[in-house]
Design a protein around this ligand. Structure first.
Ligand code: FAD
Length: 397
């Protein structure tokens, strides 16, 4: 079955495609295609290009400074951006804390934060997880005490993605130790350069640095950074996580990776025949392609029923599970496709460059780290086991 968009959506796709082809530097595109990390400067550069052309923050309404696109336009935009290997947007500001600000931010907070999130002048990270509070997030212990004009924060967050790049953080902190766990949590937003904040790197299994431990030692957070009401942070976090899970499905990215897998498998031979022409491998590729098409149709079905301002519900959990499984499967098959060429391990993939000549396909040395790092997609944003629990509960099981 061939899915086609309505004429206006096709024209819109061509408009976005022409923009990316004209403006995205080849070096950044190559990094995305070859699974290398994008530097902070490159990310900011690309975001500013998007702002300049009116393509930034695709999910925002005009009222909040976005383009005011409908759900189909946003889907087409994501699809084309991924297909053209544009750097994925950093979700923390624009897709996570911004929707909470739309819902419960004061007019002053919206006026202050939103324009800076849009340009990435405020580069956010997410301070939810702690040692001992991941899946069981409500048991978080980072403490904030009301000191009149500010909150005093003490404690530790962990797995803080991109904290080394971030100049802002949104955090869940415990503000009432007597109440039920979920009822004593407040959401705070504050700069990362406040005195008392320490960030330490965690090097992951791929040899890269994307996550950190973040410590707070008597950090004085101005009350301006309190989002919504005190002790209502859990409700806001649920809203935010719904948006996180929808974006983690990465359907457009998987479509690009599938094409990449096919190209890679067409170049690799085994017993004189390209891998892509061998029955067993073709069957695996076909099975994956069918799953991806089913996921895309499911996403489109959700989009077609979602009204403006609709907040994603249990369907976001479903997209997250399936989307992450497909992403992982793709990295496994790419590694399988290059066989022994996948053994060199480019631990330097952090920012990518090495002057050693590649062995086998150019990107082979980054496929191993990419395979390992993609294990995270079934863990972060709430592990897939937790997503299944949520779906089961919604079905009354
Ligand atoms: C690379 C990476 C980046 C991340 N980035 C961020 C970030 O930027 N900010 C942030 O706040 N957090 C971040 N996280 C944290 C992430 O959200 C947590 O790792 C995740 O929620 C799981 O929590 P945990 O690691 O404490 O594992 P645990 O909660 O200890 O879970 C361990 C295992 O037990 C299973 N399990 C736990 N409870 C149940 C249950 N009730 N039923 C069935 N199975 C269960 C889990 O599925 C998992 O397999 C990141 C994590 C990673 C790996």
């Amino acid at each position: 079955m061939e899915l086609t968009y309505p004429k206006e959506a096709q024209d819109f796709a061509e408009q976005i495609r022409a923009f990316v082809r004209a403006e995205l530097p080849a070096a950044i595109k190559q990094k995305v295609l070859f699974h290398k990390r994008i530097s902070r400067d490159e990310q900011v550069f690309w975001q500013r290009k998007l702002v300049e052309h009116g393509y930034a923050t695709p999910g925002w309404s005009k009222e909040h400074g976005g383009p005011g696109w409908d759900a189909l336009q946003r889907h087409v935009y994501d699809d084309v951006m991924s297909e053209e290997a544009a750097p994925p947007a950093i979700p923390f500001g624009e897709s996570m804390i911004a929707p909470v600000l739309f819902a419960v931010g004061t007019p002053e907070q919206k006026a202050h934060y939103l324009p800076k999130i849009r340009t990435l002048e405020y580069f956010f990270c997410q301070g939810f997880s702690e040692p001992g509070a991941g899946s069981d997030l409500a048991s978080l212990k980072t403490r904030a005490i009301d000191k009149g004009d500010h909150w005093e924060v003490n404690g530790q967050k962990t797995w803080t993605s991109l904290a080394q790049y971030a100049n802002m953080i949104f955090c869940l902190v415990r503000t009432d130790t007597e109440a039920k766990l979920q009822e004593g949590i407040t959401m705070l937003v504050f700069p990362m350069d406040l005195p008392g904040i320490t960030v330490r790197p965690i090097i992951t299994i791929d040899g890269g640095h994307s996550v950190n431990e973040t410590f707070f030692d008597n950090v004085k957070v101005p009350k301006f950074g309190q989002i919504g009401e005190p002790n209502k942070g859990w409700t806001y976090a649920k809203l935010l996580l719904g948006h996180e899970r929808t974006s983690i499905a990465r359907i457009g990215q998987s479509k690009r990776e599938l094409r990449h897998l096919k190209a890679l498998a067409s170049e690799q031979e085994s017993d004189g025949t390209p891998l892509m022409e061998q029955q067993a491998f073709r069957e695996k590729v076909a099975a994956l392609e069918i799953e991806l098409a089913a996921l895309e149709i499911t996403a489109l079905r959700i989009i077609s029923t979602a009204g403006k301002g609709h907040s994603p519900g249990v369907e976001a959990n479903l997209l997250k599970i399936k989307g992450s499984e497909i992403q992982q499967r793709l990295t496994e098959m790419m590694l399988e496709a290059v066989g022994p060429y996948g053994l060199p391990f480019d631990t330097n993939k952090g920012l990518g460059e090495t002057n050693l000549p590649p062995i086998g396909p150019e990107e082979a040395a980054s496929l191993g780290p990419n395979y390992l790092m993609t294990r995270v997609v079934s863990i972060y944003g709430g592990s897939n086991e937790i997503q299944r629990n949520i779906i089961a509960k919604s079905l009354g099981l």
